[in-house]
Design a protein around this ligand. Structure first.
Ligand SMILES: Cc1cc2nc3c(=O)[nH]c(=O)nc-3n(C[C@H](O)[C@H](O)[C@H](O)COP(=O)(O)OP(=O)(O)OC[C@H]3O[C@@H](n4cnc5c(N)ncnc54)[C@H](O)[C@@H]3O)c2cc1C
Length: 535
């Protein structure tokens, strides 16, 4: 029998919060210092070997659809492994699905962002219903009577896995159904019909091509009513406690996100209630979309963080050619560059989350413009980071038992759903064009540091933002990328150690390098790696 040698110990148990310097600094900086104790408790829970195993189990035993019972009656139920439910219970206990609404205070969205950033590192599938429930609250509030009935259950931290009418449950979760077979980006093509039932409610007939987390208690959906495309709340149970006519046709066989169920559904005269003004469905449901887009940026940043933490951990222990990998000069360049991308993403998302805690004009403009921009660029970078981090582990990184394949498979989804890359960039153009003081607010974010490297880049960007051709759709990705890079550079110059800011300005403001590990000479790589390590 061969000896097992030169293998790192697993990165567990560890505290995902206290070991994450960038996250801890950002939490304090963005006004959520009061949440540190709670985040440290959550970080410890998520880093326990038992919790890590839950993430693996939830993926190894994916959800199963039961359409009919043995007699042929409709069930439309999805069965999850107990690990999924345990992870959901952890997330709800921490308030990640609703705490900023249930207990509003300065820094509440920032604190919750830090929590979900850690949750997604343990397992991303559960993030989907958590994100949708969080995002549903402002939209539900546009129908005060319905909100009165649903919000107390949505605010509850006691996860209730049972498939029961709302009145019988301790808590409730909300999903969303917008995408139809013939179009997801262009929601005006939705064909699902909503007929008034005569009692104030509607009956929906049609389908949704994607409806994730179908065991949520209700869904915000779009449908064509007599006055146009409108937003509805469609519960899984009717008011007389019967199963609503939402039929789950099949579960999607997905690349990643496998612990979570994503379904195709048909509505066969399903009971639903109007939310907000009839005919204004798209802006009403996109209120929810802002929050879920923020969550895409958070989720992808969390994936990057987990990949980088695993890579640095491995490199600390593994020896090749008589040296630890972390001490090999070329590997230290790769690790530092990965850490740089992760820190830039974390700094930006936490700054963005603060804009959701504030309500002045600058904050509203910042959210409107930077949410789609951050979603675009952070989510686009994640597959590259997870791939490169996987390679740090060599062959073992390609094996399922390391978490790396799971992170890699998960990486593209946040870029595609809730508005794919191009749609986000076009939204950035629209937001800048329609928001009177957008250029001034962005300029203020990029100003003040006096750093010459950023000054030149930001100056050229400001010119482009003011030029008539800024609406050139074919250039929308370039503009959005440069906006995000400038915002990230400004944050790192202001708040990160000089080694990090220097590296970012040198490697990211000078053009796309195409791979990681191309940082130029003269940067303190070791300091960057030490800062990003998880132990
Ligand atoms: C795992 C998963 C879960 C999902 N869960 C849900 C859910 O719960 N609820 C829900 O409603 N949806 C869900 N979706 C659907 C998702 O939101 C859509 O797939 C997405 O919005 C894109 O829509 P589409 O698939 O119809 O692509 P299309 O709209 O056909 O777009 C295809 C491509 O064209 C690009 N494009 C579109 N318009 C333009 C343009 N004007 N200029 C340039 N490029 C353009 C897009 O960026 C995209 O890259 C989920 C998707 C996935 C993968």
């Amino acid at each position: 029998m061969f000896e097992v040698d030169n293998q790192p110990p697993p990165l567990e148990p560890y505290n995902l919060f206290t070991s994450d310097v960038c996250l801890r600094e950002a939490v304090k900086r963005e006004q959520a210092g009061w949440a540190e104790d709670g985040l440290a408790t959550l970080g410890a829970t998520l880093g326990k070997p038992e919790t890590v195993k839950l993430g693996f189990d939830a993926n190894n035993y994916p959800p199963v659809l039961h359409t009919l019972d043995r007699y042929g009656h409709r069930l439309d139920e999805v069965e999850f492994h107990p690990a999924w439910h345990e992870l959901m219970a952890i997330a709800l206990r921490a308030g990640l699905h609703a705490s900023p609404w249930a207990e509003p205070k300065a820094g509440a969205h920032v604190a919750r962002a830090a929590g979900t950033y850690m949750l997604t590192q343990a397992e991303s599938g559960v993030y989907c219903p958590i994100a949708m429930t969080y995002g549903s609250v402002p939209t539900l509030r546009q129908a005060p009577e319905i909100a009165k009935q649903w919000l107390p259950k949505i605010f509850s931290r006691e996860y209730d896995r049972r498939f029961r009418p709302l009145a019988q449950k301790t808590s409730a979760l909300v999903g969303m159904g917008m995408t139809e077979n013939q179009g997801g980006s262009d929601l005006r093509t939705n064909t699902t019909r909503a007929e008034p039932a005569g009692d104030g409610s509607f009956r929906l007939t049609g389908h949704k091509w994607f409806l994730s987390a179908p065991m949520c208690d209700a869904f915000l959906v779009l449908a064509q009513s007599p006055k146009g495309l409108s937003c509805f709340l469609l519960p899984r149970w009717t008011p007389d406690a019967k199963r609503n006519a939402l039929h789950i046709l099949r579960l999607k066989d997905k690349l990643g996100n496998r612990s979570n169920a994503s379904s195709e559904v048909e509505f066969d005269g399903a009971y639903a209630q109007l939310i907000g003004e009839e005919g204004r469905g798209i802006p009403i449901i996109l209120e929810m979309g802002n929050y879920t887009r923020l969550d895409c940026a958070i989720g992808s940043s969390g994936l990057m963080r987990q990949a980088v933490a695993q890579a640095i951990h491995h490199a600390r222990y593994r020896t090749a050619f008589q040296k630890k990998l972390i001490d090999q000069p070329l590997m230290s360049n790769v690790l530092a560059d990965l850490a740089l991308e992760s820190e830039a993403a974390t700094a930006l998302l936490m700054r963005l989350a603060r804009a959701y805690d504030e309500s002045d004009e600058a904050a509203l403009i910042y959210r409107r413009v930077v949410t789609p921009a951050a979603k675009f660029w952070i989510c686009k970078r994640t597959p590259f980071v997870t791939f490169e981090a996987m390679e740090v582990l060599g062959g073992s990184g390609y094996i399922e038992e390391s978490i790396m394949p799971r992170l890699y498979r998960e990486a593209p989804v946040n870029s595609i759903w809730e508005g794919s890359g191009n749609v986000m960039c076009l939204d950035v153009l629209r937001a800048i064009a329609r928001t009177a003081n957008a250029a001034d607010v962005l300029h203020a974010e990029l100003d003040g540091s006096g750093d010459q490297r950023l000054k030149g880049f930001a100056g050229r960007l400001t010119e482009r933002l003011g030029a008539p051709e800024r609406n050139d759709e074919a250039q929308a990705r370039a503009l959005t990328r440069d906006l995000v890079l400038a915002l990230q550079a400004a944050l790192l110059i202001k708040h990160a150690p000089a080694s990090v800011a220097d590296a970012f300005c040198a490697a990211r403001l000078g053009g796309d390098s195409g791979a990681f590990g191309l940082l130029p000479r003269g940067i303190d790589l070791r300091a960057m790696i030490e800062r990003a390590g998880a132990a």
